[in-house]
Design a protein around this ligand. Structure first.
Ligand SMILES: Cc1ncc(C[n+]2csc(CCOP(=O)(O)OP(=O)(O)O)c2C)c(N)n1
Ligand SMILES: [Mg+2]
Length: 361
C-alpha cells in the first residue's frame, strides 16, 4: 500500500476564496433558510394530519446547515444523518422530490423502501441518510480516501449530532481520518439533545470539539446560530483539507427547536426556559434583521419572499400528493440480477393477490 500519509497531488488547486459569504449571495442564503423553516414546519404538520408517516424536524439548525453547505463546492459529497433539510435545499433538491420520499410514492427514487427523511440523491452528491447513528462518518472517511487517491480535489462532509460523538463510528472514522489525513470535515451539530438525553449526560468533555485532540486533528467550536461563523469555519476547514493538512471536527452549537422526531414530545423532558432562551437567538430572524439593516432586504421584499416560499411549498405538496403510489410489485425488483424461480413464483402469487382487489382477505 502506498504511503497514504503523503499528500496526493490533486487534479486542481483549491480556489482561494474569501472567508465571508459574498454580499450578493446573502439574500439567496436567507431565502434558503426561510424555505427550510417553512417547509420543515409544514412537513411536521403533514405528519400530524396523517399525510406522511414520520418526520424529523430541523428548526433551529438552519444557519448551521445552510452556512456549512454554502461554504462547500457542489462536487463535495454530503453524508447526512436524518435532519439535514437545509443542506439538501442548498444543493437544490426540489421540494417535490423530497416529499415524494417522505410519502414514499412512485416519484421516490428509493421506491418507498427507506424511512422518511432518509433520502439520497447522487445527482446532488447526497448519500442516503443514515439511521444507525454514526455510520455515515466512516462512510464519509472512506469516500474521502478514495477521492484523495484519485486526485479529486473534493472533501466529504458527514453531518451528525452531539449524541453521535459517543458512537463507535465516530471513533473509527475520526481515528482513521487522523492517521491517513482524509479530506473530511466532520460537521457536528450540537443541538444539545440526543432524543431525551441532554448534552451534559453525553460526555464529560468540555466541548465536543475537544474530542479532536485525541485523534490529532483540528477541532473548532462555532456559533451555529450565526450563518457567517459557520461559513467561515467550514471554508477554512475545506481549504485546510485540500491543502493536505488533514480533517477538521467542527462543533456547531445550536438548539433543536422542535421534537426529536414526530414520535416524541420534548415537553416531557426539556425545560421550556432553555427553548425560549435559544429561540431569542433564532438564526432566521437574526439574518433577517441583518439584511434589513444592510439594505439587502426591505419589509416588502421580505414579505414577498416568505409568500413565494409558501406558494412553492403548497404547489410541491399538491404535486407530490397527486403522484401515484409505489407499485407494490416493485419490491421484487433490484435485489437479484436474475430472480430465482421461487421469487418469480412469489411475485406471480402476489400479483394475483393484488389483482383480487376488494375481495382479497
Ligand atoms: C446505533 C444507534 N443507537 C441508537 C439509535 C437511536 N437513536 C436515533 S437518533 C438518536 C439520537 C442521536 O442524537 P444526536 O447524535 O445528538 O443527533 P440529533 O438527533 O440530536 O440530531 C438515537 C440514540 C440509533 N439510531 N442508532
Ligand atoms: Mg443532538
Amino acid at each position: 500500500m502506498a504511503d497514504a500519509t503523503q499528500a496526493i497531488p490533486s487534479s486542481a488547486e483549491p480556489p482561494v476564496r474569501p472567508l465571508e459569504i459574498p454580499r450578493l449571495e446573502l439574500p439567496r442564503a436567507y431565502r434558503t433558510m426561510v424555505l427550510a423553516r417553512l417547509f420543515d414546519d409544514r412537513c411536521l404538520a403533514l405528519q400530524r394530519q396523517g399525510r406522511i408517516g414520520f418526520y424529523v424536524p430541523m428548526g433551529g439548525q438552519e444557519a448551521a446547515q445552510v452556512g456549512c453547505t454554502w461554504a462547500l463546492d457542489p462536487a463535495d459529497w454530503l453524508f447526512p444523518a436524518y435532519r439535514e433539510l437545509g443542506a439538501a435545499l442548498v444543493r437544490g433538491v426540489p421540494l417535490t422530490l423530497l416529499l415524494d420520499q417522505f410519502i414514499g410514492n412512485s416519484g421516490d427514487l428509493l421506491k418507498g423502501r427507506q424511512m422518511p427523511n432518509h433520502y439520497g440523491y447522487p445527482k446532488y452528491r447526497i448519500v442516503t441518510g443514515s439511521s444507525p447513528v454514526g455510520t455515515q462518518i466512516s462512510h464519509a472517511v472512506g469516500a474521502a480516501m478514495a477521492a484523495k487517491k484519485k486526485g479529486h480535489a473534493i472533501v466529504t462532509v458527514p453531518f451528525f449530532g452531539d449524541g453521535t460523538t459517543s458512537s463507535n463510528d465516530f471513533h473509527a472514522g475520526l481515528n482513521f481520518a487522523g492517521v491517513f489525513q482524509a479530506p473530511t470535515i466532520f460537521f457536528c451539530q450540537n443541538n444539545q439533545w440526543a432524543i431525551s438525553l441532554p448534552r451534559s449526560r453525553q460526555t464529560r468533555s468540555e466541548t465536543l470539539a475537544d474530542k479532536a485532540v485525541a485523534y490529532g486533528i483540528q477541532g473548532v467550536v462555532v456559533d451555529g446560530m450565526d450563518v457567517h461563523a459557520v461559513y467561515r469555519a467550514v471554508k477554512a476547514a475545506r481549504d485546510r483539507a485540500l491543502r493536505g493538512d488533514g480533517p477538521t471536527l467542527i462543533e456547531a452549537q445550536v438548539y433543536r427547536f422542535g421534537p426529536h422526531s414526530s414520535s416524541d414530545d420534548p415537553k416531557r423532558y426539556r425545560p421550556e426556559e432553555d427553548l425560549a432562551a435559544w429561540k431569542a437567538r433564532d438564526p432566521v430572524t437574526a439574518l433577517q434583521h441583518e439584511l434589513l439593516e444592510a439594505g439587502l432586504l426591505t419589509a416588502e421584499s421580505d414579505a414577498a419572499l416568505w409568500d413565494a416560499a409558501r406558494a412553492e411549498i403548497a404547489s410541491a405538496i399538491q404535486e407530490a400528493e397527486a403522484t401515484a403510489p409505489v407499485d407494490p410489485l416493485s419490491m421484487f425488483d433490484d435485489v437479484l440480477a436474475r430472480p430465482t424461480p421461487a421469487l418469480e413464483a412469489q411475485r406471480a402469487e402476489f400479483a394475483t393477490w393484488l389483482g383480487q382487489g376488494e375481495t382479497r382477505t
